[in-house]
Design a binder for this molecule. Structure first.
Ligand SMILES: Nc1nc2c(ncn2[C@@H]2O[C@H](COP(=O)(O)OP(=O)(O)OP(=O)(O)O)[C@@H](O)[C@H]2O)c(=O)[nH]1
Length: 946
């Protein structure tokens, strides 16, 4: 039997793994009608508001104009500021009459105002005009913080002033101021009657800013290059200087991360979108995190929580990340602004912070304070400005202070006279000036509400009241210079003597500066976008021949291609193909059975001789051989053919699907590939048992009786012959291989003799051992037998064990070849050709016929129960589980997984967005050209501030 198992090992060396080797491997302002010409009809208060704005604008524009005139005469800003007084008084005299006319006109009616304004407009030299909004000034503190009672003119005092003189007494400029005061009073009364929470929000303002903010967002989504950057306001300051409080005061809600352990770890890019209440009942105020799915977050405490989580997610070992958090806040109470909150400058790192943290924060801030951004340098009033990290940083990049606004927080913590002197900016002058605020969020019933999960109230009103209390009353004399001082402006006081206070003033200041800055960037950005757009169009033409694609079309094409590939490969599963595969599997089984029952049986030679006996009738053949044939037939039919054949076909299908899922383009879509494999395998699992049972049932009859026709016998015998030819050829080639290895025929012969001797000696040893065990007297006889091993001529080249192994294998192949040739001859004998009744003489032919019948029947049922079902269901499952199951986001993600498609989509998207931005910019440029005097075009940001 040892020999039998060795022979099986030899046979298995020839058994090719049954596999489907042929399965491929790849199985913006609607430029508001200029406010001066805007329709006025919304009632006296609105009307007064307009006038106030107009007069305020006119007054400030006059000053700007004067300063521009002065500027024309002086090269340096510092010379302007020191030399302005004489020029200013003469300039004031020359335009005072016009302003008086204007103020009178204001008192009369709207058209009077417009006419007066137009007169003034025409009369004043615009050395530095710019957009209508640029000509507007927001630097009038009186508009935001009501003048103190002592100085606040009552409405019936509107024609008077502090000295009890009429406007005429003090000249036209004072007259204008009186008109301004009267309107201020009316305006403030109106403001006081308004919803506390709602700050003064000139609805006509900032359309340009809004459009450019929209454009900025589009540009940011396609390019981070400096050429395509529009300005933003960057908030810098030392830790705890009050940056967050200022931003929250502007927004009107507490929403920024708070905590002791440096909770601002990432830049927060904040876009405020003024969204008037549309009366639809939807949320009036909400935040949107574009990076987190773009859902509306209507609760400011939730926004705060999200921001805190996103910040503290930065590991303390890194402490600061440059990856910005984008947040949009929509509210009827916010202006259109873009702001960036940055981590506060620190002096020294604490124990749990990296040592280089100070430098990291500094370089992060440095990246943001580059042009064209506006720097909001937040300094605490109770800390000497000389120690302000924010001012130091801004000076490095903006030495002239042309794009830096100083915000002095915590004004309540210093004496008012000290606070006012800081705001005058004499020590560290900034052209955009300093604004003093008291922006600490009030604690009150609102806080409790938040703590209990309620909606947070708007804090703007409370902050404004607190600021009014602080900057008004007794302290007003420091922050609101008396009228004589204001007039003093005209008699030579420095512009720097003006102080700006209050969060609302700051808000307006920011709106104005940002708008002016944006407006100044208009031409530059338009040119840059034009260039980028042309380049993108060119690339799109060259690379893709203007062929547009969509993520949806890519998904659809991919699915179609998948189905087509699947269909193509299914041709390998036609019935003849499947039958051939099953036949190959069963033929292999037949060989195993023959080997097991015949080839290792010494009497097989005898069977071959009996076949030559012409007189011997089949029924006369010894029952031994007939019984052997029945056993062989049972082994074949009862070997689990149903399961094995179904498994084989299912494996083929699995390999097919796997090869498709692993091939292009699914190499880019591992998620989809996994899903395809998953559901297809599940489908196969579902069908496997059912099909196997069906097949097993259908082949059941063959387990008991196999009827064979002559025709079937002939082809069975022919196939058996072929199988034997192949087996003989394999044995011969194997022997030739060994012969070559050992060094030729005679050496081979010697080796076989050597092995034969060894076997004989082994047999002798076994015999002696057996005798020794049976005979106690010769108990030590195992040691007595002489050593039988004799050296082989090749033993100097190979070890005895190697020689023995090679020899044994050679002997096995040699024996196998002998028996195969014997049976080959029998198959070709006359008896075997006679027909199926000779089956006991020719078991090879009989088993071949049975294998063919099993393969045929199995194929038929596998085709019906497995293949047809799978081929029908697979394409439908692809549709339902992949195509129809993807939402828009998933489709986009799927398409972008393919780098080729991603590149195509990115360029197409870039081209489209640049074209869209270009259209918006072009309409803004056109509108500006239509609405502006030729001389006032193309002015930069800072011209008006000189
Ligand atoms: N008295 C007073 N306290 C203020 C004022 N503004 C802010 N604070 C307080 O100053 C502390 C720091 O204010 P924040 O706004 O958190 O300062 P910050 O610069 O954002 O701090 P970091 O984000 O840690 O850098 C808080 O306790 C505020 O309540 C103010 O105008 N007056």
């Amino acid at each position: 039997m040892a020999s039998a198992s060795r022979l099986r090992a030899v046979r298995n060396m020839h058994v090719r793994a049954i596999s489907f080797g042929t399965i491929p491997r790849i199985v913006a302002r609607a430029f508001r009608v200029p406010m001066y010409g805007a329709g006025v009809g919304a009632g006296a208060l609105t009307y007064a508001n307009y006038k106030l704005e107009g007069v305020r604008t006119a007054t400030n524009d006059m000053l700007d104009s004067i300063s521009s005139t002065v500027h024309d005469g002086y090269d340096q800003a510092s010379s302007l500021l020191s030399g302005v007084s004489s020029t200013l008084s003469s300039a004031a005299g020359s335009i005072g009459g016009e302003l008086g006319t204007l103020a009178d006109g204001v008192k009369e009616n709207t058209s009077g105002f417009v006419n007066g304004f137009n007169e003034w407009w025409g009369g004043v030299k615009f050395g530095s005009g710019s957009t209508p909004s640029q000509e507007r000034s927001s630097t009038a503190p009186a508009a935001s913080i009501p003048p103190p009672p002592a100085t606040r003119p009552a409405s019936n005092e509107s024609s008077g002033n502090q000295n009890g003189k009429g406007p005429e007494d003090d000249g036209p400029l004072a007259g204008g101021a009186a008109a301004l005061a009267a309107l201020t009073s009316a305006y403030m009364n109106r403001e006081e009657n308004k919803d506390e929470a709602e700050p003064a929000q000139p609805q006509e303002l900032l359309q340009l800013t809004r459009k450019l903010i929209e454009i900025r967002q589009v540009l940011m989504s396609i390019d981070q290059s400096d050429a395509l950057k529009l300005p933003s306001i960057v908030v810098i300051g030392s830790q705890s200087s009050g940056k967050s409080s200022v931003l929250e005061a502007i927004v009107g809600h507490e929403f920024l991360p708070k905590g002791d352990n440096m909770v601002t770890r990432r830049p927060i890019e904040l876009t405020l979108v003024h969204t008037p209440d549309d009366g639809s009942g939807g949320p009036r105020e909400y935040g949107v995190f574009p990076g987190l799915g773009g859902q509306k977050v209507t609760s400011f405490p939730s926004i705060q929580r999200t921001l805190t989580e996103l910040n503290v997610a930065v590991p303390s070992s890194i402490a600061v990340s440059s990856d910005p958090i984008h947040l949009r806040i929509h509210s009827p109470h916010v202006p259109d602004l873009t702001l960036v909150d940055l981590p506060g400058y620190i002096q020294i790192s604490s124990m749990d912070q990296p040592e280089e943290l100070k430098d990291k924060i500094s370089s992060l801030c440095d990246r943001y304070i580059q042009e064209p951004n506006i720097i909001l340098a937040v300094c605490s009033a109770d800390v000497d400005l000389a120690n302000s990290a924010a001012l130091r940083a801004s000076r490095r990049v903006d030495p002239m202070g042309l794009r830096t606004i100083g915000v002095v927080t915590k004004m309540d913590l210093v004496l008012p006279e000290l606070g006012a002197s800081i705001l005058k900016g004499n020590r560290y002058p900034l052209h955009l000036g300093y604004v003093g605020v008291v922006s600490k969020a009030p604690k009150g019933p609102g806080s409790d509400k938040i703590r209990h999960g309620g909606e947070a109230p708007n804090i703007t009103g409370a902050i404004m009241r607190r600021e009014e209390d602080f900057f008004g009353g007794e302290n007003a004399r420091y922050f609101y210079p008396p009228e004589s001082s204001r007039r003093g402006l005209g008699s030579g006081q420095s512009l720097q003597g003006k102080v700006m206070v209050g969060t609302d003033t700051l808000r307006r200041r920011l709106m104005d500066v940002l708008e002016t800055s944006m407006s100044g960037s208009l031409n530059g950005i338009t040119n840059a976008v034009q260039l980028e757009m042309e380049e993108a169009n060119y690339q799109f033409k060259v690379q893709y021949n203007d062929r547009r694609i969509t993520a949806e079309s890519y998904v659809a094409e991919t699915i179609d291609a998948l189905k087509a590939k699947f269909k193509e490969y299914t041709t390998q599963f036609t019935k003849p193909h499947v039958r051939a595969k099953l036949r190959a599997m069963l033929d292999d089984k037949v060989m195993d059975i023959l080997e097991q029952l015949y080839w290792v049986d010494k009497r097989t030679e005898e069977l071959s001789k009996l076949a030559d006996d012409r007189k011997l009738k089949p029924e006369e053949l010894a029952s031994y051989w007939r019984y052997k044939l029945d056993t062989a037939s049972s082994l074949l039919t009862k070997s689990g053919v149903g399961r094995d054949s179904t498994q084989l076909v299912a494996e083929g299908l699995r390999s097919l699907i796997d090869s498709i899922a692993m091939g292009e383009p699914f190499t880019y879509h591992p998620g989809a590939a996994e899903r395809i494999v998953e559901f297809s395998h599940a489908l196969l699992r579902e069908r496997l048992n059912l099909t196997a049972d069906q097949v097993e049932n259908c082949i059941k009859p063959y387990k008991y009786e196999v009827e064979i026709e002559d025709r079937e016998w002939d082809s069975g015998r022919a196939r058996a012959e072929q199988a034997f030819d192949l087996e003989v050829a394999r044995c011969e080639s194997k022997l030739a291989e060994i012969k070559k290895k050992v060094g030729g025929a005679w050496r081979m012969k010697g080796l076989l003799g050597y092995v034969s001797d060894l076997e004989q000696k082994e047999t002798e040893r076994a015999r002696r051992r057996f005798a020794a065990v049976n005979n106690s007297e010769t108990s030590d006889s195992t040691d007595q037998y002489e050593p039988l091993d004799e050296p082989h001529p090749d033993s100097y080249k190979y070890s005895a064990a190697q020689l023995a192994d090679a020899g044994k294998i050679a002997a096995l192949f040699s024996d196998r070849l002998a028996v195969l040739k014997l049976r080959q001859a029998a198959l070709k004998s006359r008896r075997c050709k006679m027909g199926p009744e000779q089956k006991a003489f020719c078991p090879e032919a009989f088993l071949s016929v049975v294998a063919e019948k099993l393969a045929y029947t199995s194929t038929m049922f596998i085709n019906i129960e497995l293949l047809e079902q799978f081929f029908y269901q697979f394409p439908r499952e692809i549709d339902s589980r992949i195509l129809y199951n993807l939402d828009r986001e998933e489709i986009l993600r799927f398409a972008r997984e393919n780098p080729v498609i991603r590149k195509h989509l990115d360029l197409q998207d870039r081209k489209d967005k640049l074209e869209q931005v270009m259209r918006s910019l072009q309409s803004l440029v056109n509108l500006r050209q239509e609405t502006e005097p030729r001389s006032s075009r193309n002015q930069g940001l800072f011209t008006k501030f000189f």
